[in-house]
Design a protein around this ligand. Structure first.
Ligand code: G6P
Length: 602
């Protein structure tokens, strides 16, 4: 996740770029930069940290007259958030900004280094600009060089390039990552989403994957693999608040729908060639480690609980999971052969941070799984795996949880590889399933419609039990947490087999049971548990691929081949159910009462 803007025209460019980047700051904010060519004069500024730092650095600079310009706000994927790694990246006479990941950058970089080119940054992006300049030497036009460059790139990219070799032209390409072109008379805008150009451009074209081209003198030429294409412009929305939510009613809703695509960002470069890779972990990282302790709070704690099953089952390593606020004061016995893992979407949760500091004082090696680079927990940890969910605005976490669960699943398989606890066939099953995850996370209109209709029956009663077994137990906890966070109704998550040891005393028709009944994990056992509840007249909403006759309501999921695919599909169902109930109750879904997105107090 990074944000890109570009502009060709007569307006003052610095302010325009900075204002545009401000709108995209939610996509990443560990560094930012701009490059402007005006009267053949090139200016470039970069600053680490939030955009305010770049504003300060450029306060005495102004641009005048016709020119071209590009800007970027970064969410680090390759290389730390330093000024050298900030975009735009410089060749000898060209600048590039990029959002996405160039998967073959190491091969391209080796090829360019062989040609004698030295790299300033650790990024994958820098290869684009050097490749362009290499081809520009042997091409008849800079556009030909740009097209040749794009042809060499594998992976996801939205990229803009400007060069002194064509000081009136912006080159662009899109594949996988979002980018659009805005138009107003002879001015041309580029951006990762439409909010930066609302109120400026009047028409827009949303680029498709595989499209590339250039903007020059107010005109845009568009190409794809088949050749030149006409541009079908459409009118641009004028309501910015609406545009930020991409047409969804709430950020939480948008974030639920986004899960299917952000999960690919989480996997990109990490799940490939039938192996799991974590370039951020050095190869000796797990040496001497024979147990894992995970600490987290809230939703992140539920992701941690899920992985407790996976680490032991797949990587055959002991894994304990604790709530950070409990761990801190229990006087825990800590052994340096235990890896201490913290999970946090914000990276700022006080209890988790303090638990991490305690573990470090006890000499434990630490790893954080986090969505915000450069956050306190990340800075404090020996190693970090970023979840790449992009900024989550809804206080009730959805896509951050999905990406945490994904990282933990990948990490379990990675560790199984290292510890050789898994056959190649078993690993292939895990990896094949991982690659199907985006599909399991898709929200269909039919599912959303059904949950909307069904939600009206669940607005009263004396409480909800979400029940599940195995990894579906933490999912039940998370489903219950989501519901109580935004509906303010009482909900509890319970291991299904534990209901008979007390909670079943509550069962009557006003007790709503949300039963997670996957077909791949202990189906018959959970079925018996749900039957016990049904016999006591509890109202049952069953979520399962297998039709269940005793259910009062039934959401049918697909017969998936792997428990994690069922996990992700059922997760989406519980999120939308919570959302629809909260909407019917008239609650503020994105900012529920009494809660905060980042809890920096004990
Ligand atoms: C707050 C948030 C929750 C989150 C928890 C832990 O309570 O509202 O959504 O799960 O903190 O936050 P973290 O940033 O550490 O994941």
């Amino acid at each position: 996740m990074c944000g890109i803007v570009g502009y060709l025209g007569k307006r003052e460019k610095k302010e325009l770029l900075l204002d545009g980047l401000q709108e995209l700051e939610y996509r990443g904010y560990d560094s930012a930069g701009i490059a402007i060519i005006e009267d053949d004069q090139l200016n470039n500024f970069k600053a680490v940290g939030k955009l305010a730092n770049l504003r300060e650095k450029t306060k005495d600079f102004h641009s005048e007259g016709f020119g071209i310009s590009i800007g970027h706000t970064r969410w680090a994927t390759h290389g730390k958030p330093t000024e050298l790694n900030a975009h735009p990246h410089l060749g000898q006479y060209s600048y590039v900004v990029h959002n996405g990941i160039i998967e073959n950058y190491q091969d391209l970089k080796a090829e360019l280094q062989n040609d004698g080119i030295s790299f300033l940054s650790q990024t994958d992006t820098e290869t684009i600009v050097h490749l362009f300049e290499k081809y520009n030497k042997i091409s008849s036009t800079p556009f030909e060089a740009f097209a040749k460059t794009i042809e060499r790139l594998h992976g996801a990219f939205a990229t803009l390039l400007i060069t002194e070799a064509a000081p009136d032209t912006i080159f662009f390409a899109k594949n996988g990552s979002p980018m659009l072109i805005g138009f107003d008379a002879d001015e041309v805008y580029f951006a990762s989403s439409d909010t930066p150009i609302i109120g400026k451009a009047t028409q827009v074209y949303y680029l498709e994957d595989g499209e590339y081209g250039y903007a020059k003198s107010g005109e845009v030429k568009l190409f794809d693999a088949k050749g030149a294409r006409a541009i079908q412009k459409q009118p641009l929305a004028t309501d910015k608040a609406m545009a930020q939510k991409d047409g969804y009613r709430f950020f939480m809703e948008k974030e639920i729908y986004e899960q299917s695509s952000v999960i690919s960002d989480t996997m990109i470069g990490r799940v490939r060639d039938k192996e799991i890779y974590f370039e951020e972990l050095d190869s000796a990282f797990f040496e001497g480690i024979n147990a894992i302790k995970i600490c987290a709070c809230g939703t992140s704690y539920h992701a941690a609980l899920t992985s407790g099953y996976l680490f032991e089952r797949l990587a055959k390593i002991r894994c304990d999971v604790e709530i950070a606020s409990e761990f801190r004061y229990k006087e825990p016995l800590l052994d340096p052969s235990t890896l201490f893992v913290t999970i946090s979407q914000s990276g700022e949760t006080a209890d988790t941070l303090e638990a991490l500091k305690m573990a470090k004082r006890a000499g434990l090696k630490s790893l954080s799984i986090c969505n915000v680079d450069n956050s306190s927990i990340v800075r404090e940890s020996d190693a970090v795996i970023l979840t790449r969910a992009g900024i989550e605005k809804g206080v009730a976490s959805t896509k951050a949880f999905a990406t945490q669960a994904m990282v933990l699943w990948m990490l379990s398989v990675y560790l199984a590889q290292k510890r050789q606890t898994m056959s190649d066939e078993a690993k292939a099953i895990e990896i094949t399933a991982m690659l199907q995850t985006p599909k399991s996370l898709l929200v269909t209109e039919e599912l959303h419609g059904k949950l909307h209709r069904l939600s009206k029956r669940y607005l009263h009663g004396h409480g909800f039990f979400f029940i599940g077994r195995d990894i579906f137990y933490p999912l039940a906890l998370e489903g219950a947490l989501k519901l109580k966070e935004i509906s303010y109704l009482h909900a509890e998550g319970y291991p299904a087999g534990e209901m008979k040891h007390g909670p079943i005393a509550l069962a009557d028709s006003k007790l709503f049971t949300i039963a997670l009944m996957p077909k791949t994990v202990h189906y018959d056992k959970i079925k018996s548990n749900v039957e016990e509840l049904s016999a006591r007249d509890a109202t049952i909403l069953a979520i399962s691929p297998e039709p269940f006759t005793l259910a009062d309501d039934f959401i049918q999921t697909i017969y998936a081949s792997h428990p994690m695919l069922e996990f992700f599909e059922m997760m989406v169902v519980t999120q939308i159910l919570a959302l629809e109930i909260a909407v019917r109750l008239g609650n503020d879904v994105d900012m529920p009462r009494n809660l905060a997105k980042s809890v920096t107090v004990e």
